[in-house]
Design a protein around this ligand. Structure first.
Ligand SMILES: Cc1cc2nc3c(=O)[nH]c(=O)nc-3n(C[C@H](O)[C@H](O)[C@H](O)COP(=O)(O)OP(=O)(O)OC[C@H]3O[C@@H](n4cnc5c(N)ncnc54)[C@H](O)[C@@H]3O)c2cc1C
Length: 359
């Protein structure tokens, strides 16, 4: 029986590089270790936080007085191709997400190509139904395997039981902090064309010479390369050489409004001398998604805004970046932006990352 490490700095385990130490820290690489860690926290009666790749969390500056379990469970199994041309891929929660995407694209499997370049671990992807460039993991996940934190029982959820929505799932909402994801199963397709639903990506790919005559495998690789190039331009690929990638990606979600709320927003915009159209996208069921980046910029926070050691990325209005600051500074800037957007537009921005220890 092993045990946790003590007084471990958490900042290096996050993409923001911020936050204080964990009183106890346990990186678990097997199901047995995970159960030991959960039992240890229960016996010691200390709070427990779950960490993956640390790309969507904010750690408080004072640290966390409890056990942080880093779910580093390895393993990728790819089933044989089924008669209908689909392939099941079973992925341990601790596998690097982008290494997985790179591997399945190289193997000619379609379904994850637009999710290239997203940091973190595979086990966290169902939590907020990770998505980008017109694709989200809910499109291909068929099962999520997890451990119940209270009973230690292993459970399996079919996709339909996960309550996936825009940047959410049951694991982030109704059952928050109840389960630890141990493995995710994706159904990918062989001989299927890449998903080109997002106009910016479609334009970039179609401009590539000879794209339309590429064989399927090469087309998937071209889409992955195009996504990575688009993301790099926005500092949305974690890169030690790019200080503007020290973020959690998008800090706020795009608000999804009903027709009456959109009408109120438009009236408020036109009566406040606003010019130009508000960028909106259909979100299904008569609802409309409003660009949070636009709201942030129009509320007085252009790209490159600085507040002490933090700021708004010069390359993406939704990315709040650490430039040697603190978690408290970052959260203060987020609150300032949220308050200004609400005052100007009457729209409340919701935070995307999780503040560990915030209850
Ligand atoms: C530069 C950058 C770009 C990004 N771009 C995107 C993007 O395009 N689209 C997008 O959706 N997201 C994006 N993100 C956010 C982030 O990468 C994803 O949300 C990612 O899935 C988080 O994975 P992680 O392993 O780092 O999770 P963490 O940050 O470690 O954890 C996130 C949350 O999930 C929980 N969690 C983690 N692992 C488990 C587990 N095994 N079981 C139960 N709970 C768990 C944690 O407790 C926490 O609440 C971006 C982030 C950065 C830094």
């Amino acid at each position: 029986m092993t045990g946790p490490d003590e007084h471990v700095r958490l900042a290096p385990h996050t993409t923001l590089g911020l936050g204080g130490p964990a009183r106890w820290f346990w990186s678990v690489t097997s199901g047995q270790m995970l159960i030991e860690a959960l039992r240890w926290a229960r016996d010691a009666a200390v709070p427990l936080w779950v960490l993956g790749g640390g790309s969507n969390v904010i750690v408080p500056d004072e640290g966390l007085d409890g056990l942080v379990v880093k779910v580093a469970l390895p393993g990728v199994r790819i089933d044989p191709v089924a008669a209908d041309g689909t392939v099941l891929v079973h992925v341990g929660a601790g596998e690097s997400w982008d290494a997985l995407v790179s591997a399945v694209v190289a193997a000619g499997l379609q379904g994850l190509e637009c999710l290239s370049g997203i940091p973190g671990y595979a086990g966290a992807t169902p939590i907020q139904n990770v998505g980008a460039y017109g694709q989200e993991v809910a499109d291909t996940i068929i099962a999520v395997h997890a451990l119940d934190r209270a009973t230690l029982a292993p459970l399996g959820f079919a996709a339909a039981e996960c309550a996936f929505g825009y940047r959410t799932s049951r694991f982030k909402a109704a059952d928050r902090d109840r389960f630890i994801v141990t493995e995710v199963t994706f159904r990918l397709r062989i001989h299927a064309p890449p998903a080109l639903r997002y106009p910016e990506l479609r334009r970039a790919v179609e401009a590539l010479p000879g794209y339309s005559s590429l064989p399927q495998g090469d087309a998937l690789r071209a889409v992955r390369a195009a996504v990575l190039a688009l993301r790099r331009r926005k500092s949305m690929v974690v890169d030690a050489a790019d200080p503007n990638s020290r973020s959690v990606g998008s800090f706020f979600m795009n608000p999804v409004l009903d027709a009456a709320a959109v009408e109120r927003l438009r009236r408020r915009w036109s009566t406040s001398a606003g010019s130009g159209d508000i960028p909106v996208f259909p979100a299904g069921e008569g609802r409309t998604k409003v660009s949070a980046a636009w709201l942030v910029e129009q509320a007085g926070f252009p790209r490159g805004t600085r507040r002490g050691g933090v700021g708004v990325s010069p390359n993406h209005a939704l990315a709040l970046v650490s430039l040697g600051g603190t978690s408290a500074e970052l959260l203060a800037l987020a609150l300032e932006i949220r308050t200004a957007v609400e005052a100007r537009f009457g729209v409340v921005l919701e935070r995307e990352p999780v503040v560990l220890g915030a209850g």
